[in-house]
Design a protein around this ligand. Structure first.
Ligand code: ADP
Length: 248
């Protein structure tokens, strides 16, 4: 049984859209503290897989276990977020008119409305946590800056910081370095490597240099199931992988 010690175990997941199988008996497991990269051509099912994990799409068959006992396919999106799965979409969605620190404040106080959050006083513990998060995402010097004035990369880090404020056990990141400069990409690699261990991460990414820099294990999806798994060098040398990337 490969489930022992897994944070996530997708077991034989099938998702059909009008008879078309976006996921076809997908089986995949991620260990606690692992940083896994997911690659695969367009249409491979990467987004659909994340939709299943976050409760946005209910599979036609199969189960998705979180922490070995919780079946995610029976829960709704807000519940899944609450029990510790954070998802970052490709585009940054920060509150542009608020400062960097205020964005993190709101994320820390998710039980309240945005308005109530800004009026409520921060506890000392929350203040410390904001400082810690600012350090982690390297935006300490930007804390009083309006988030709308940040660079694209800095906005992405801020959004990762906002997710971290909610103490996720598993983080799903969709193309985190798309549109970043090389320097920003490098810093993002460092950030994700820092998070590994304390959090488990699933990173969907097309930038192979970035994937090579962060991942021990890479999963290649194609046509809704796992085509290959291993180090980046291993999967890149795999004939079937080469074929799905080049052969159409
Ligand atoms: P990827 O993220 O790897 O590019 P997707 O999960 O977005 O792949 O899509 C997998 C396949 O499922 C694609 O062929 C896509 O067109 C199809 N698909 C995804 N969502 C829907 C939907 N809501 N309705 C119909 N087809 C969909």
């Amino acid at each position: 049984d490969t489930r022992h010690g897994d944070i996530l175990y997708l077991d034989d997941i099938t998702v059909s859209f009008d008879g078309f199988r976006a996921l076809n008996k997908l089986t995949l497991d991620i260990a606690v503290g692992e940083l896994r990269c997911i690659i695969g051509p367009n249409g491979a099912g990467k987004t659909t897989m994340m939709d299943v994990i976050t409760g946005k799409t209910r599979p036609d068959a199969g189960t998705a276990f979180f922490g070995q006992t919780i079946d995610l396919t029976r829960l709704n999106e807000p519940t899944i977020a609450q029990i510790g799965i954070g998802r970052k979409f490709q585009k940054p969605t920060v509150f542009e008119a608020m400062t960097v620190a205020e964005n993190l404040e709101i994320a820390l106080k998710t039980d309240k409305s945005v308005w109530a959050s800004l009026r409520a006083r921060l506890s000392g513990q929350q203040r410390d946590r904001i400082d810690e998060l600012l350090g982690l995402i390297r935006l300490g010097e930007q804390r009083q800056r309006e988030a709308g004035l940040l660079s694209h990369g800095q906005k992405q880090w801020l959004e990762i910081g906002m997710l971290l404020a909610q103490e996720p056990k598993l983080l799903l990141l969709d193309e985190p370095v798309a549109g970043m400069t090389d320097a920003e990409t490098e810093k993002t690699a460092e950030l994700l490597l820092t998070l590994k261990g304390k959090h488990s991460l699933m990173v969907v990414e097309h930038d192979m240099a970035f994937v090579g820099a962060i991942a021990e294990k890479v999963t290649v999806l194609a046509e809704g199931s796992v085509l290959a798994e291993g180090s980046l060098a291993q999967v890149q040398a795999d004939e079937r992988v080469i074929e799905v990337y080049l052969g159409r």
